[in-house]
Design a binder for this molecule. Structure first.
Ligand SMILES: [Zn+2]
Length: 204
């Protein structure tokens, strides 16, 4: 179990915090990078993001901040464990077919809880609540070569990378994925974000 205490906020307080944050954003007093009204007006006409990123929902992995990217730059799909499902594949296909982003990044991260849950299932047969288990089962096929001799930390690191590679493999095994690779105009890369350091390590 997590040793980090919960936020201590009630739902309504959390909602107020979101509303206050958005109000700061609109007023141009955001604590995080602001955006000019003209840029929003320009982006309202259409989006031309240069990269599509599939990343984890983990609150410590915010792609725009990690890559210091602004509005309209990144098309982001976030799902726990950065897994592939039909809906996720549909979002990726949309990014490719309609937005023509040239780069697709499959972004895993260190200490991923979803991947840790998949390791628990793989090694000890632990089962999660119904729909969490569905997520876990998206990860399991990528963990077949997991080395059970590794320390828990090393095993999680290996599994995080294996999960990214498994997602990439599933994309590349589709006819569309193969065709795009052959054309050479679209690049698919894997990467691991280190939540301890803020560094993104792109996989070879
Ligand atoms: Zn995660």
């Amino acid at each position: 179990m997590s040793t980090i205490p919960d936020s201590g906020l009630k739902a309504d307080d959390a909602l107020q915090r979101l509303k206050a944050g958005n109000a700061r954003f609109v007023a141009g007093t955001a604590r995080f990078p602001t955006v000019q009204k003209e840029i929003l007006a320009d982006l309202a006409k259409g989006q031309h993001p240069y990269a599509t990123i599939l990343s984890c929902s983990d609150s410590r992995v915010p792609p725009e901040l990690i890559f210091d990217a602004g509005f309209g730059e990144l098309f982001i799909i976030r799902v726990a464990g950065n897994v592939l499902s039909p809906e996720i594949a549909g979002s990726l296909q949309y990014a490719g077919r309609h937005l023509h982003t040239p780069l697709f990044v499959m972004l895993g991260h260190t200490n991923c809880g979803a991947v840790a849950a998949a390791i628990e299932t793989r090694l000890r047969g632990t089962r999660e609540h119904s729909r969490i288990q569905l997520l876990v089962e998206c990860i399991l096929p990528g963990l077949e070569d997991l080395d059970p001799q590794l320390t828990p930390e090393a095993m999680l690191a290996q599994a995080v990378e294996a999960n990214v590679r498994w997602t990439m493999r599933q994309i590349l095994e589709t006819q569309e994925g193969r065709e795009r690779q052959v054309e050479g105009r679209v690049k698919l890369v894997g990467a691991i974000y280190e939540i301890e350091t803020g560094l993104v390590r792109f996989l070879e």
